[in-house]
Design a protein around this ligand. Structure first.
Ligand code: EPZ
Length: 447
């Protein structure tokens, strides 16, 4: 188990470059094996979920090569795939393993993939995926921890999703591009990475129209061809650094992003008394002299992203009054609330809403990352935390100077060079493999 050691209280200032979008890359890597020709993908983020996906496609016979000149560029060729059963240990741990079902089903009419893992955010059904594959003509079965799909042929169909699902939209899109005839997906997810994956498939010769709206129309083509493609920047990583500026009272220029994707986060930060300046491909967030309280509800895109929920919650924990944050996408994305309480937060969960009573500052504590975005939220909270020893009138003396965030590996599923990027902004954060290494660390290095 790896850990972050964080000494907070210093405003984060400077510039940060955002990496490629993890959730787009996962779908694009799966899609890249759908042609027998060679695909080159740029801006692939080097995070553990992506490595798991690259290993998985290599394990079934795909050629995968990282560029020597640019570690974010990969060459992939799926012509030698010889196994429809994906069963690496790593792939069992990630949610996006299921994109290999859509990709293999589309190309070879069959696939067998472990049931999806991923962050524990409450119930995460796959019924809409099954519904989509069945509608395209596949037989779908679940047994022994695997989902299996098989079809004599796939044919275009009309699918209405009962629930807006990013994963099901992408999966059906993958399978349908090589089906016979026209597929219409109603109530489709509109997230930027849905559009990016559609654009990538179109660059390989697919015929997808309407991605980014709730009605996607796909005309099947007989085969896909070579492509060279650059993945969009990661909207959630960008939002994380925007929140980091707000919570630490800092000033951060978040570079290499698509500001339009950030509209919701930008709007909320302005409500929260931050100055937000938008440029062509960057956004600067300058914290105000206090954080104004507000209410937030998560929704599918273009609503406020559920992935940003823990990050805005910890930031609102330091606002000037009471806030409510309501989660509408997942049924239990609140496990971190107990952890942030250890830092002095005054929050409670009622149903799907977090009631936030503000506190003037957080104090350092030992906490568990819980999941990817919760872990990032706890890191930025720790970066804002002030040790009571540094607070003149604090009645508490028996607390550490630093926070420890356990299970840093969960954060590394989706954030590239997270500690390095935060250090470049002036944050005191170091990553350790285990507690023994922390014990050997000279804490004065933080000073
Ligand atoms: C994707 O998960 C992302 N993961 C998640 O990012 C993100 O939180 C989520 O979309 C919502 O934006 C990837 O892209 C790999 P959904 P996904 O299908 O596809 C229910 C992160 O932090 N549902 O849109 O699993 C489901 O239970 C991660 O980067 C069904 O009921 O999300 C949930 O309540 C975490 N049946 C809701 O829909 C289904 O068949 C939305 O899920 C499918 C989903």
């Amino acid at each position: 188990m790896s850990l972050y050691l964080v000494h907070g209280g210093k405003p984060l200032k400077g510039e940060v470059e955002i990496s490629g979008a993890k959730n787009a890359a996962l779908g694009i890597i799966a899609a890249s094996i759908m042609t027998d020709e060679t695909v080159v993908i740029h801006n692939v983020p080097m995070v553990s979920d992506i490595k798991a996906m690259l290993n998985a496609i290599a394990s079934i016979g795909a050629f995968v090569e990282q560029s020597k000149d640019d570690p974010h560029t990969y060459t992939i060729n799926g012509s030698r795939i010889n196994n429809m059963i994906v069963e690496t240990e790593q792939i069992k741990k990630i949610r996006a393993s299921y994109y290999l079902i859509g990709a293999l089903l589309g190309k070879y009419n069959e696939a067998q993939v472990p049931l999806p893992g991923g962050c524990d955010l409450g119930t995460r059904g796959i019924d809409q995926h099954e519904k989509g594959f069945s509608a395209l003509g596949a037989r779908v079965g679940i047994s022994n921890g695997f989902i299996s799909v098989k079809a004599d042929r796939l044919y275009g169909t009309h699918i209405y999703f009962d629930k807006v699902s990013v994963g099901a939209t992408i999966n059906v899109m993958l399978a349908a591009v090589l089906a016979e005839g026209k597929t219409v997906i109603e109530s489709a997810a509109k997230e930027p990475h849905v559009v990016d994956i559609a654009n990538f498939l179109n660059s390989m010769g697919a015929n997808i129209r309407g991605a980014g709206t709730d009605n996607i129309r796909i005309t099947g083509v007989p085969k896909l061809h070579a492509s060279e493609y650059t993945i969009i920047p990661d909207q959630i990583e960008a939002g994380t650094f925007m929140m980091a500026a707000a919570i630490t009272g800092g000033d951060i220029l978040v570079k290499n992003i698509i500001p339009k994707h950030m509209d919701c986060v930008t709007g909320k930060l302005r409500e929260m008394n931050c100055r937000v300046e938008e440029y062509d491909d960057s956004i600067r967030v300058i914290a105000g002299d206090y954080i104004r309280h507000t209410n937030v509800q998560t929704h599918p895109y273009p609503g406020f992203p559920t992935d940003m929920q823990p990050l805005i919650t910890v930031t609102l924990g330091l606002a000037d009054g009471m806030s409510l944050v309501t989660e509408t996408v997942f049924d239990n994305r609140f496990r971190y609330v107990d952890e942030i309480r250890n830092m002095g937060a005054k929050m409670s969960v009622t149903g799907t809403t977090i009631n936030i009573n503000s506190v003037p500052n957080y104090t350092p504590a030992n906490v568990n990352a819980c999941d990817l975005r919760a872990g990032a939220a706890l890191v930025i909270a720790a970066l804002s935390a002030k040790s009571p020893r540094e607070l003149e009138d604090s009645p508490i003396f028996d607390v550490p100077m630093c926070s420890i965030i356990e299970q840093a590996e969960l954060v590394e599923r989706g954030y590239e060079y997270f500690d390095e990027k935060l250090r470049a902004l002036g944050g005191y954060i170091y990553r350790f493999e285990n507690r023994e290494d922390i014990a050997k660390f000279n804490i004065k290095q933080f000073a």
